[in-house]
Design a binder for this molecule. Sequence first.
Ligand code: NAI
Length: 346
Amino acid sequence: LFGLPEQPAHERVLLTTDPATGLQAILAVHSTARGPAFGGCRFWHYDSDLAALHDALRLSQGMSLKNALADLPFGGGKAVILKPRGDFDRDALFAAFGRAVQSLRGSYITAEDVGTTTTDMRGVRAITPYVSGIPRDGAFGGDPSPKTAWGVFVAIQAGARHVLGRPSLDGVRVALQGLGAVGWHLAEFLHQAGARLVVTDVDAAKVERAVVQFGAQAAPVNEILAADVDVLAPCALGAALNAQTVPVIRARIVAGAANNQLATPADGDALQQRGICYLPDYLVNAGGIISVAREYRGEGDEAAVMAEVGRIAERVEELLDRVRVAGTTPARVADDWARAKLVQTS
Ligand code: NAI
Protein backbone atom coordinates (compact mmCIF):
# COMPACT_ATOMS: atom_id res chain seq x y z
CA LEU A 1 0.00 0.00 0.00
CA PHE A 2 0.99 3.58 -0.59
CA GLY A 3 3.60 4.79 1.87
CA LEU A 4 3.89 1.44 3.60
CA PRO A 5 6.25 -0.64 1.49
CA GLU A 6 7.12 -2.94 4.40
CA GLN A 7 3.54 -4.13 4.69
CA PRO A 8 2.57 -7.48 3.22
CA ALA A 9 0.01 -7.57 0.44
CA HIS A 10 -3.61 -7.40 1.51
CA GLU A 11 -6.37 -8.72 -0.68
CA ARG A 12 -8.57 -5.72 -0.09
CA VAL A 13 -8.64 -2.62 2.09
CA LEU A 14 -11.76 -0.48 2.33
CA LEU A 15 -11.41 3.09 3.58
CA THR A 16 -14.87 4.38 4.30
CA THR A 17 -16.47 7.55 5.66
CA ASP A 18 -20.03 8.44 6.51
CA PRO A 19 -20.34 12.18 7.14
CA ALA A 20 -23.85 11.84 8.62
CA THR A 21 -22.60 9.76 11.56
CA GLY A 22 -18.92 10.75 11.64
CA LEU A 23 -17.82 7.22 10.77
CA GLN A 24 -14.25 6.92 9.53
CA ALA A 25 -13.24 3.30 9.25
CA ILE A 26 -10.74 0.96 7.67
CA LEU A 27 -11.78 -2.60 6.87
CA ALA A 28 -8.73 -4.65 6.02
CA VAL A 29 -9.06 -8.07 4.40
CA HIS A 30 -5.61 -9.61 4.55
CA SER A 31 -6.39 -13.14 3.34
CA THR A 32 -9.39 -15.22 2.42
CA ALA A 33 -7.26 -18.25 1.54
CA ARG A 34 -8.79 -20.33 4.36
CA GLY A 35 -12.25 -18.76 4.23
CA PRO A 36 -13.88 -15.38 4.90
CA ALA A 37 -11.61 -12.92 6.70
CA PHE A 38 -12.58 -12.92 10.37
CA GLY A 39 -11.35 -10.44 12.98
CA GLY A 40 -12.63 -7.88 15.45
CA CYS A 41 -13.33 -4.18 15.19
CA ARG A 42 -11.15 -1.74 17.12
CA PHE A 43 -12.59 1.64 18.19
CA TRP A 44 -9.76 3.91 19.12
CA HIS A 45 -8.28 7.43 19.03
CA TYR A 46 -5.40 7.52 16.57
CA ASP A 47 -2.84 10.29 16.16
CA SER A 48 -3.23 10.17 12.38
CA ASP A 49 -5.09 8.38 9.62
CA LEU A 50 -1.85 6.67 8.68
CA ALA A 51 -1.44 5.31 12.21
CA ALA A 52 -4.94 3.84 11.99
CA LEU A 53 -4.19 2.30 8.61
CA HIS A 54 -0.95 0.86 9.89
CA ASP A 55 -2.78 -0.69 12.86
CA ALA A 56 -5.50 -2.18 10.65
CA LEU A 57 -2.95 -3.70 8.27
CA ARG A 58 -0.81 -5.21 11.02
CA LEU A 59 -3.79 -6.50 12.98
CA SER A 60 -5.45 -8.07 9.94
CA GLN A 61 -2.26 -9.84 8.95
CA GLY A 62 -1.99 -11.12 12.50
CA MET A 63 -5.54 -12.48 12.22
CA SER A 64 -4.57 -14.53 9.15
CA LEU A 65 -1.77 -16.17 11.12
CA LYS A 66 -3.91 -16.55 14.25
CA ASN A 67 -6.83 -18.17 12.45
CA ALA A 68 -4.55 -20.47 10.48
CA LEU A 69 -2.63 -21.63 13.54
CA ALA A 70 -5.91 -22.24 15.38
CA ASP A 71 -7.03 -24.40 12.42
CA LEU A 72 -10.09 -22.21 11.86
CA PRO A 73 -11.74 -22.22 8.43
CA PHE A 74 -11.34 -18.45 8.20
CA GLY A 75 -8.91 -15.98 6.75
CA GLY A 76 -7.66 -12.83 8.45
CA GLY A 77 -9.21 -9.39 8.57
CA LYS A 78 -9.69 -6.53 10.98
CA ALA A 79 -11.60 -3.28 11.14
CA VAL A 80 -10.53 -0.05 12.77
CA ILE A 81 -12.94 2.78 13.48
CA LEU A 82 -11.31 6.13 14.22
CA LYS A 83 -13.02 7.40 17.34
CA PRO A 84 -14.60 10.81 16.65
CA ARG A 85 -13.10 13.66 18.68
CA GLY A 86 -16.39 15.41 19.36
CA ASP A 87 -19.91 14.25 20.29
CA PHE A 88 -21.33 11.38 18.28
CA ASP A 89 -24.28 9.01 18.26
CA ARG A 90 -22.77 5.61 19.00
CA ASP A 91 -25.72 3.60 17.71
CA ALA A 92 -25.78 5.50 14.43
CA LEU A 93 -22.01 5.16 14.06
CA PHE A 94 -22.11 1.37 14.47
CA ALA A 95 -25.08 1.13 12.12
CA ALA A 96 -22.96 2.92 9.50
CA PHE A 97 -20.12 0.53 10.28
CA GLY A 98 -22.57 -2.36 9.76
CA ARG A 99 -23.36 -0.98 6.29
CA ALA A 100 -19.65 -0.94 5.48
CA VAL A 101 -19.30 -4.56 6.65
CA GLN A 102 -22.33 -5.52 4.57
CA SER A 103 -20.82 -3.86 1.49
CA LEU A 104 -18.03 -6.47 1.58
CA ARG A 105 -20.71 -9.18 1.19
CA GLY A 106 -19.28 -11.66 3.64
CA SER A 107 -15.62 -11.48 2.69
CA TYR A 108 -15.09 -9.87 6.13
CA ILE A 109 -16.79 -10.91 9.38
CA THR A 110 -16.51 -8.61 12.37
CA ALA A 111 -16.69 -8.95 16.18
CA GLU A 112 -15.53 -7.11 19.30
CA ASP A 113 -12.02 -5.81 19.88
CA VAL A 114 -10.55 -3.06 22.02
CA GLY A 115 -13.12 -0.31 22.49
CA THR A 116 -16.15 -2.20 21.14
CA THR A 117 -18.85 -4.00 23.11
CA THR A 118 -21.47 -6.70 22.69
CA THR A 119 -24.05 -3.87 22.46
CA ASP A 120 -22.16 -2.36 19.52
CA MET A 121 -22.14 -5.75 17.79
CA ARG A 122 -25.88 -6.16 18.36
CA GLY A 123 -26.29 -2.87 16.49
CA VAL A 124 -24.12 -4.17 13.66
CA ARG A 125 -26.19 -7.38 13.56
CA ALA A 126 -29.29 -5.28 12.90
CA ILE A 127 -27.68 -4.27 9.60
CA THR A 128 -25.63 -7.27 8.51
CA PRO A 129 -25.32 -11.00 9.31
CA TYR A 130 -21.53 -10.84 9.00
CA VAL A 131 -20.89 -10.29 12.72
CA SER A 132 -20.33 -12.44 15.79
CA GLY A 133 -19.70 -12.05 19.53
CA ILE A 134 -23.34 -11.57 20.45
CA PRO A 135 -24.85 -13.23 23.55
CA ARG A 136 -27.80 -15.51 22.80
CA ASP A 137 -30.29 -16.85 25.33
CA GLY A 138 -29.54 -20.45 26.25
CA ALA A 139 -26.53 -20.70 23.93
CA PHE A 140 -22.85 -19.92 24.27
CA GLY A 141 -21.35 -16.87 22.64
CA GLY A 142 -21.01 -13.19 23.30
CA ASP A 143 -18.02 -11.45 24.82
CA PRO A 144 -14.90 -13.36 23.71
CA SER A 145 -12.65 -11.94 26.46
CA PRO A 146 -13.06 -14.78 29.03
CA LYS A 147 -12.20 -17.32 26.34
CA THR A 148 -9.16 -15.30 25.31
CA ALA A 149 -8.08 -15.19 28.95
CA TRP A 150 -8.52 -18.96 29.30
CA GLY A 151 -6.30 -19.56 26.28
CA VAL A 152 -3.59 -17.29 27.69
CA PHE A 153 -3.91 -19.06 31.04
CA VAL A 154 -3.40 -22.56 29.59
CA ALA A 155 -0.50 -21.22 27.49
CA ILE A 156 1.16 -19.89 30.65
CA GLN A 157 0.60 -23.25 32.35
CA ALA A 158 2.23 -25.07 29.40
CA GLY A 159 5.09 -22.57 29.30
CA ALA A 160 5.70 -22.92 33.04
CA ARG A 161 5.85 -26.71 32.69
CA HIS A 162 8.14 -26.61 29.71
CA VAL A 163 10.43 -23.71 30.54
CA LEU A 164 10.38 -23.54 34.34
CA GLY A 165 9.72 -27.21 35.08
CA ARG A 166 6.78 -26.15 37.26
CA PRO A 167 3.91 -28.68 37.17
CA SER A 168 1.45 -26.10 38.50
CA LEU A 169 1.23 -22.33 38.76
CA ASP A 170 1.11 -22.45 42.55
CA GLY A 171 3.58 -19.83 43.74
CA VAL A 172 4.61 -18.84 40.21
CA ARG A 173 5.02 -15.05 39.99
CA VAL A 174 3.18 -13.38 37.10
CA ALA A 175 3.25 -9.70 36.09
CA LEU A 176 0.11 -8.47 34.33
CA GLN A 177 0.23 -5.33 32.20
CA GLY A 178 -3.40 -4.25 31.73
CA LEU A 179 -6.43 -5.33 33.75
CA GLY A 180 -9.07 -4.84 31.08
CA ALA A 181 -11.57 -7.34 29.72
CA VAL A 182 -8.96 -10.06 29.16
CA GLY A 183 -6.42 -9.09 31.81
CA TRP A 184 -8.99 -9.16 34.59
CA HIS A 185 -10.27 -12.64 33.71
CA LEU A 186 -6.68 -13.83 33.37
CA ALA A 187 -5.91 -12.46 36.83
CA GLU A 188 -8.87 -14.45 38.20
CA PHE A 189 -7.69 -17.71 36.61
CA LEU A 190 -4.12 -17.15 37.78
CA HIS A 191 -5.19 -16.27 41.30
CA GLN A 192 -7.35 -19.40 41.50
CA ALA A 193 -4.33 -21.45 40.40
CA GLY A 194 -2.22 -20.02 43.23
CA ALA A 195 -0.05 -17.66 41.17
CA ARG A 196 1.37 -14.54 42.86
CA LEU A 197 0.39 -11.46 40.89
CA VAL A 198 2.09 -8.14 40.23
CA VAL A 199 -0.29 -5.87 38.33
CA THR A 200 -0.57 -2.50 36.66
CA ASP A 201 -3.07 -0.50 34.64
CA VAL A 202 -3.38 3.15 33.68
CA ASP A 203 -6.74 2.96 35.46
CA ALA A 204 -5.79 3.03 39.16
CA ALA A 205 -9.22 1.77 40.25
CA LYS A 206 -8.66 -1.57 38.47
CA VAL A 207 -5.30 -1.98 40.18
CA GLU A 208 -6.86 -1.23 43.55
CA ARG A 209 -9.54 -3.86 42.96
CA ALA A 210 -6.90 -6.46 42.02
CA VAL A 211 -4.95 -5.69 45.19
CA VAL A 212 -8.08 -6.28 47.28
CA GLN A 213 -9.51 -9.22 45.35
CA PHE A 214 -6.38 -11.18 44.44
CA GLY A 215 -3.85 -9.94 47.01
CA ALA A 216 -1.89 -8.62 44.02
CA GLN A 217 1.11 -6.36 44.37
CA ALA A 218 0.65 -3.06 42.51
CA ALA A 219 3.43 -1.81 40.24
CA PRO A 220 3.80 1.57 38.53
CA VAL A 221 2.85 1.52 34.83
CA ASN A 222 6.43 2.20 33.72
CA GLU A 223 7.93 -0.53 35.93
CA ILE A 224 5.76 -3.56 35.22
CA LEU A 225 7.95 -4.90 32.40
CA ALA A 226 10.96 -4.98 34.72
CA ALA A 227 9.09 -6.74 37.54
CA ASP A 228 10.96 -9.56 39.29
CA VAL A 229 8.63 -12.37 38.16
CA ASP A 230 8.66 -15.71 36.34
CA VAL A 231 6.07 -14.77 33.70
CA LEU A 232 5.22 -11.45 32.06
CA ALA A 233 1.73 -11.17 30.53
CA PRO A 234 1.26 -8.08 28.32
CA CYS A 235 -2.50 -7.53 28.17
CA ALA A 236 -2.73 -3.85 27.18
CA LEU A 237 -1.88 -2.56 23.70
CA GLY A 238 0.73 -3.58 21.12
CA ALA A 239 4.51 -3.14 20.81
CA ALA A 240 5.17 -3.64 24.52
CA LEU A 241 8.28 -5.62 23.56
CA ASN A 242 10.73 -3.24 21.91
CA ALA A 243 14.35 -2.13 21.94
CA GLN A 244 13.83 -0.13 25.13
CA THR A 245 11.87 -2.72 27.10
CA VAL A 246 13.45 -6.07 26.13
CA PRO A 247 16.72 -5.34 27.98
CA VAL A 248 14.92 -4.73 31.29
CA ILE A 249 12.60 -7.76 31.31
CA ARG A 250 13.38 -10.18 34.14
CA ALA A 251 10.69 -12.80 33.47
CA ARG A 252 11.72 -16.14 31.91
CA ILE A 253 8.47 -16.37 29.91
CA VAL A 254 6.43 -13.71 28.08
CA ALA A 255 2.86 -14.78 27.29
CA GLY A 256 -0.06 -12.38 27.12
CA ALA A 257 -3.20 -11.35 25.29
CA ALA A 258 -2.09 -8.14 23.60
CA ASN A 259 -1.89 -8.29 19.80
CA ASN A 260 1.36 -7.40 18.04
CA GLN A 261 3.51 -7.46 21.18
CA LEU A 262 6.79 -7.45 19.27
CA ALA A 263 7.53 -4.00 17.86
CA THR A 264 9.77 -5.68 15.25
CA PRO A 265 10.84 -9.27 14.53
CA ALA A 266 14.30 -8.36 15.86
CA ASP A 267 12.75 -7.89 19.31
CA GLY A 268 11.81 -11.58 19.30
CA ASP A 269 15.42 -12.46 18.54
CA ALA A 270 16.60 -10.16 21.33
CA LEU A 271 14.30 -11.89 23.82
CA GLN A 272 15.71 -15.27 22.83
CA GLN A 273 19.26 -13.97 23.21
CA ARG A 274 18.41 -12.95 26.75
CA GLY A 275 17.10 -16.44 27.50
CA ILE A 276 13.48 -15.30 27.62
CA CYS A 277 10.86 -17.56 26.06
CA TYR A 278 8.32 -15.48 24.14
CA LEU A 279 5.10 -17.33 23.36
CA PRO A 280 3.74 -15.63 20.21
CA ASP A 281 0.70 -13.48 20.88
CA TYR A 282 -1.43 -14.82 18.05
CA LEU A 283 -0.91 -18.38 19.22
CA VAL A 284 -1.84 -17.79 22.87
CA ASN A 285 -4.61 -15.20 22.41
CA ALA A 286 -6.71 -17.20 19.90
CA GLY A 287 -9.37 -18.16 22.47
CA GLY A 288 -11.62 -15.25 21.59
CA ILE A 289 -11.62 -15.85 17.85
CA ILE A 290 -12.16 -19.58 18.44
CA SER A 291 -15.25 -18.65 20.45
CA VAL A 292 -16.73 -16.13 18.01
CA ALA A 293 -15.92 -18.39 15.05
CA ARG A 294 -17.81 -21.30 16.61
CA GLU A 295 -20.64 -18.97 17.53
CA TYR A 296 -20.78 -17.69 13.95
CA ARG A 297 -20.94 -21.23 12.57
CA GLY A 298 -23.54 -22.17 15.19
CA GLU A 299 -21.40 -25.08 16.33
CA GLY A 300 -20.99 -26.75 19.69
CA ASP A 301 -21.57 -25.49 23.19
CA GLU A 302 -19.67 -23.82 26.01
CA ALA A 303 -17.82 -27.01 27.00
CA ALA A 304 -16.76 -27.73 23.42
CA VAL A 305 -15.46 -24.20 22.99
CA MET A 306 -13.51 -24.33 26.24
CA ALA A 307 -12.00 -27.67 25.18
CA GLU A 308 -10.98 -26.22 21.82
CA VAL A 309 -9.47 -23.17 23.50
CA GLY A 310 -7.66 -25.53 25.88
CA ARG A 311 -5.85 -27.01 22.88
CA ILE A 312 -3.76 -23.84 22.82
CA ALA A 313 -1.67 -25.58 25.52
CA GLU A 314 -0.91 -28.46 23.11
CA ARG A 315 0.11 -25.97 20.43
CA VAL A 316 2.48 -24.27 22.86
CA GLU A 317 4.05 -27.66 23.65
CA GLU A 318 4.35 -28.45 19.95
CA LEU A 319 5.79 -25.02 19.23
CA LEU A 320 8.46 -25.40 21.89
CA ASP A 321 9.35 -28.85 20.53
CA ARG A 322 9.62 -27.37 17.03
CA VAL A 323 11.82 -24.56 18.39
CA ARG A 324 14.22 -27.12 19.84
CA VAL A 325 14.54 -28.81 16.46
CA ALA A 326 14.67 -25.62 14.39
CA GLY A 327 17.14 -23.87 16.68
CA THR A 328 15.48 -20.51 16.06
CA THR A 329 12.97 -18.41 18.00
CA PRO A 330 9.36 -19.25 18.92
CA ALA A 331 8.17 -16.18 16.99
CA ARG A 332 9.89 -17.26 13.78
CA VAL A 333 8.83 -20.90 14.15
CA ALA A 334 5.21 -19.86 14.75
CA ASP A 335 5.28 -17.56 11.70
CA ASP A 336 6.57 -20.36 9.45
CA TRP A 337 4.07 -22.83 10.92
CA ALA A 338 1.13 -20.46 10.41
CA ARG A 339 2.20 -19.41 6.90
CA ALA A 340 2.46 -23.05 5.87
CA LYS A 341 -1.15 -23.54 7.00
CA LEU A 342 -2.18 -20.48 4.99
CA VAL A 343 -0.58 -21.86 1.85
CA GLN A 344 -1.92 -25.40 2.38
CA THR A 345 -5.50 -24.25 2.00
CA SER A 346 -5.05 -21.63 -0.69
P1 NAI B 1 -9.39 -3.59 27.21
O1 NAI B 1 -9.43 -2.26 26.57
O2 NAI B 1 -10.59 -4.11 27.92
O3 NAI B 1 -8.20 -3.62 28.28
C1 NAI B 1 -6.95 -3.01 28.10
C2 NAI B 1 -6.51 -2.53 29.48
O4 NAI B 1 -5.17 -2.06 29.38
C3 NAI B 1 -7.35 -1.39 30.03
O5 NAI B 1 -7.72 -1.68 31.37
C4 NAI B 1 -6.42 -0.18 29.94
O6 NAI B 1 -6.67 0.76 30.95
C5 NAI B 1 -5.07 -0.85 30.10
N1 NAI B 1 -3.94 -0.11 29.57
C6 NAI B 1 -3.88 0.65 28.45
N2 NAI B 1 -2.64 1.14 28.30
C7 NAI B 1 -1.92 0.67 29.33
C8 NAI B 1 -0.56 0.82 29.73
N3 NAI B 1 0.31 1.55 29.03
N4 NAI B 1 -0.14 0.19 30.85
C9 NAI B 1 -1.00 -0.55 31.57
N5 NAI B 1 -2.30 -0.71 31.25
C10 NAI B 1 -2.74 -0.11 30.14
O7 NAI B 1 -8.90 -4.62 26.09
P2 NAI B 1 -8.95 -6.20 26.11
O8 NAI B 1 -10.14 -6.66 25.37
O9 NAI B 1 -8.69 -6.71 27.49
O10 NAI B 1 -7.70 -6.55 25.19
C11 NAI B 1 -6.37 -6.44 25.68
C12 NAI B 1 -5.41 -6.79 24.56
O11 NAI B 1 -5.66 -8.13 24.13
C13 NAI B 1 -5.54 -5.93 23.30
O12 NAI B 1 -4.28 -5.78 22.72
C14 NAI B 1 -6.42 -6.78 22.38
O13 NAI B 1 -6.21 -6.50 21.02
C15 NAI B 1 -5.93 -8.16 22.74
N6 NAI B 1 -6.90 -9.19 22.45
C16 NAI B 1 -8.14 -9.15 23.01
C17 NAI B 1 -9.05 -10.15 22.76
C18 NAI B 1 -10.39 -10.18 23.43
O14 NAI B 1 -11.04 -11.25 23.40
N7 NAI B 1 -10.83 -9.10 24.07
C19 NAI B 1 -8.74 -11.24 21.83
C20 NAI B 1 -7.37 -11.24 21.35
C21 NAI B 1 -6.52 -10.22 21.63
